[in-house]
Design a protein around this ligand. Structure first.
Ligand code: BGC
Length: 860
């Protein structure tokens, strides 16, 4: 347990400090801890002198060696100056390097709490976990805007709104860094899709960047004083982020005055000289481009100045010296790798994030006295789904599933029936009744040319096949030809799976029509489709598979949709007093490196239909990083709870909310769309066909590679999320900021000055009252409109919020301050923030669409 600069206001933690700090703790340790917390400013003369002295002892080659990482998660050591290597760890939901950890309600779930104090506690928790593992740099938080629900890493990020992102990221970073650990805000910038993330060129205008995509990074640098930033994979306006002068030099290091370390994402550097000259300080995970070979020659030829190299080394040294990394061990054994204080933060996060979207007829909270039999059904009910997939995946200590949470809370007398409800992929592949045998042709080529080796196989469930010929090492291509006869008329699921993340490609055709395709690029993974077949109809199926991973693995199957749902699930649902149906995504279907589907994973729509038909008292819980397709079943479901990815304590929190032990208080940090096509980014989300260009990259000693650069034009501009909905006058399914409670709140007494000087800070105040019968929390949201602006602006923009906890009947007077930025837009001609004096409207309410209070304000 460490003493932080900002004492935590959480009683549990304070108590922990009091009780757990052993009286005999050595003074030396306390001193070390305090030193860690009090990080000197980047311009400290003492630090500068030390950094310069160390720099002076290094040769140019030794300096360049420091500009690349080593062993995937370390900076390089410099024995000449006794500089050890420093350790990094991913940490979007938990410190994952290495072994089990506390998995928090991170990213979108944290944003759904709208609780800045909690964000600080979470940051402190991550910092403590990092110190207990000797980690110097945490590779988070990620603050990219949730532009589309499809983006695979939205769950790791915060929200669709720059103000909310900034407000949450500041205390988060302060919490991490208060523990003597460097936070790394990522992925700078405009990494708003996973589809083809290395090769997407985001074309975006300056105003959109400044108003939507950069503010959270700006706040992290200028207000939270983050000491590391990670450049993203993609290109921005034609230039990769790692060598982007505008982003790195002009904005980050220039205007925002960033003094810390700018590192690349893992393998996101494409040109050593360009990266060196355009702001990149550290190439991770190792120097492939900013190598001694490249940069020594470049310095000699005058293409890179030695002072540019010195600046990078000084940034590394200064930051490491400021944190005391050279003076004290980072491994702090007064911290715990497993701690109840951290579990408390994880539980609070889960509790506060759960967002109740529908509660017809007050089905919730469930009355424990009346509900004797509960059916808990669905793929996300057990085991616990704590986070999405990819580099943020953290193995939680004792994650509490929804099933376990309900069983714990309901107690020993409760009657609980669990069914997954759906088979696994492998069961489908194994049980598909193909007509006759399947022809499998293996070609010794990557394009189905040449004479194949032919075999007859009974099923397509090929997991241990080598992707390359054992003798020649040549890449193979495999074609499966099969026939399937439908026994009954109706909907059939056709499902295919291979390791998308390893780059495997496949195409599946039925009667000559492509029904499934997985592209080589990191991309969308449509694994399932529905076939409408007549009784007795036979379809010819051809699957062409191009393994890329060394061990090929491909499965294909067809199942009659009504028979997908297990009989147990239907029986349990029918006899239960209430059903909790946990559906959604998982680390296998939503994660880094690919975009997810808007539709629920295969079979889940049918599962919801079958279960709600068996028992209308069905509560659906959703595990997802944002919105998803509810159209097939929403009208049949009385209660809907969005759980995002709630971390290791999610199951406990869900049970508490369902049984009314905790009043739901989460608010949507993203607009909930009906279809992904109605999301404002949809027409501009995927690369423009025909506009793609090739980038010829030559890496020393390797054959040249042509990357296809997909052009993605952000034509949706400022109209992201609720900015689009409120400006267009249309409505999403559930608006940004929305979330139900078991109590009701009212807003009154809005006080806004009639006039104020342009550029001054304006105080706005109002009352929030709990008008119901139970205690609860409300998030009062303040939106600003600028109807008299000379340029077109979104109809309203979030510029303040406050979370209030109120007892029944209690009123709280809330005051929020609006600074100059709250009224400003980015002036594209003058290239600066600007306020047009005139009329503004201040609105206050409980979502972007429900703002019962409003008042005009004139800025002179
Ligand atoms: C991710 C980063 C992560 C890094 C190290 C990359 O693939 O994009 O977010 O920090 O890997 O694991």
């Amino acid at each position: 347990m460490k003493i932080s600069l900002k004492p935590s206001t959480q009683p549990f933690v304070s108590l922990g400090i009091a009780c757990l700090l052993p009286i005999l703790l050595s003074c030396a340790l306390v001193t070390a801890v305090q030193a860690a917390a009090q990080v000197p400013a980047p311009d400290s003369p003492a630090i500068e002198a030390k950094a310069q002295a160390l720099l002076a002892k290094l040769t140019l080659e030794q300096k360049i060696e420091l500009l690349g990482g080593v062993d995937n998660m370390f900076t390089r050591p410099a024995p000449a100056i006794d500089l050890p290597r420093f350790k990094m760890s991913d940490a979007s939901v938990g410190v994952r390097t290495w072994g089990p950890t506390t998995a928090y309600a991170g990213g979108v779930a944290l944003a759904a709490t709208w609780d800045k104090e909690l964000a600080h506690r979470l940051g402190e928790g991550l910092g403590r976990d990092a110190r207990a593992r000797g980690v110097h740099f945490l590779l988070g938080p990620g603050v990219n805007i949730a532009r589309s629900p499809l983006a695979g890493r939205n769950f790791e990020y915060f929200s669709e709104d720059p103000f909310l992102n900034a407000a949450m990221v500041i205390p988060y970073i302060e919490g991490v860094q208060s523990q003597g650990v460097i936070a790394t805000v990522k992925h700078y910038a405009l990494n708003n899709q996973e589809y083809n993330r290395h090769n997407v060129n985001v074309e975006v205008d300056e105003r959109t960047m400044r108003e939507i995509y950069l503010p959270a990074f700006e706040a992290a640098v200028t207000q939270a004083h983050v000491d590391a930033v990670m450049d993203s994979y993609n290109l921005v306006n034609g230039v990769h982020a790692t060598q982007n002068e505008y982003l790195n030099l002009k904005v980050l290091k220039g205007e925002w005055g960033f003094q810390g370390i700018l590192m690349s994402d893992w393998v996101a550097t494409y040109d050593g000289v360009a990266a060196a000259n355009n702001g990149l300080d550290l190439e991770m995970p190792s120097a492939r481009f900013m190598t001694a070979e490249v940069l020594l020659a470049a310095v000699k030829d005058g293409k890179v100045k030695e002072t540019t190299i010195d600046d990078k080394v000084l940034r590394l040294l200064r930051t490491e010296l400021r944190y005391g990394f050279l003076d004290r061990p980072q491994l702090d054994l007064s911290d715990s790798t497993y701690s109840v204080a951290d579990r408390a933060v994880a539980l609070d996060g889960a509790r506060e994030s759960l967002t109740l979207l529908k509660n017809d007829g007050h089905l919730l909270p469930l009355d424990a006295n009346k509900i004797k039999t509960i059916a808990v059904i669905g793929p996300d009910a057990w085991p616990a789904v704590t986070g999405g997939g990819g580099s943020s995946e953290a193995q939680a200590f004792e994650p509490v599933s929804i099933l376990t949470g309900i069983a714990n809370l309901a107690g020993p007398d409760a009657h609980i029936l669990y069914a997954r409800g759906l088979p696994s992929e492998n069961e489908i592949f194994d049980k598909t009744l193909w007509s006759g045998v399947i022809k499998m042709e293996t070609f010794l080529s990557k394009d189905f040319t040449g004479t194949p080796e032919t075999a007859a196989i009974p099923k397509i469930a090929d997991y241990q096949h080598s992707g390359r010929d054992a003798k020649s090492g040549v890449r193979q291509s495999i074609r499966y030809t099969a026939r399937y006869k439908a026994a009954k008329a109706g909907k059939y699921l056709i499902l295919a799976a291979s390791p998308a993340r390893s780059g495997d490609e496949f195409t599946v055709l039925t009667d000559g029509r492509t029904v499934l395709a997985q592209a080589y690029t990191e991309g969308r993974v449509p694994q399932a489709a529905t076939l409408e077949l007549a009784a007795g109809q036979t379809v010819n199926v051809i699957a062409e598979y191009l393994p890329h991973s060394p061990v090929a693995s491909f499965g294909l199957g067809i199942a009659f949709e009504p028979e997908l749902i297990s009989e147990d699930a239907k029986k349990y649902a029918a006899l239960a007093d209430a059903v909790v149906l946990a559906v959604g995504f998982s680390p296998h279907t939503e994660g880094e490196g690919y975009d997810r589907t808007f539709a629920l994973p295969w079979g889940q729509d049918a599962l919801i239909e079958a279960v709600t038909a068996a028992n209308p008292r069905t509560i659906v819980t959703l595990t997802a990083g944002g919105s998803l397709d509810t159209r097939r079943w929403l009208s049949k479901v009385p209660a809907l709870l969005h759980t995002y990815y709630p971390g290791q304590e999610g199951g406990t929190a869900v049970a508490e909310v369902l049984f009314g032990k905790h009043n739901p208080e989460g608010k949507l940090p993203v607009s909930f769309d009906r279809s992904w096509e109605e999301n404002p980014s949809a027409p501009y989300y995927y690369p423009i066909k025909g506009a793609d260009t090739s980038l010829h990259v030559i890496e020393e000693g390797k054959p040249p590679v042509d990357y296809v650069i997909g052009q993605v034009k952000y034509e949706d501009r400022l109209l992201v999320g609720y900015r689009y909905w409120t400006t267009s006058g249309k409505h999403p399914l559930f608006p940004f900021g929305f979330g139900l409670s078991y109590t009701t709140f009212s807003f009154a007494n809005l006080q806004v000055p009639a006039t104020a000087a342009s550029g001054s800070t304006v105080a706005v105040s109002f009352d929030v009252t709990n008008t119901g019968n139970v205690a609860g929390a409300e998030v009062a949201q303040l939106y600003v409109s600028d109807p008299s602006a000379k340029v077109s602006r979104p109809e309203r923009e979030l510029k303040g919020f406050e979370k209030v906890n109120l007892a029944p009947g209690e009123t709280q007077h809330v005051t929020l301050s609006l600074d100059a930025r709250a009224f400003s837009y980015w002036d594209e001609t003058a290239h600066k923030w600007n306020i047009d004096p005139g009329k503004f409207v201040i609105r206050v309410g409980d979502s972007s669409e429900n703002t019962p209070l409003h008042a005009d304000l004139t800025l002179n």
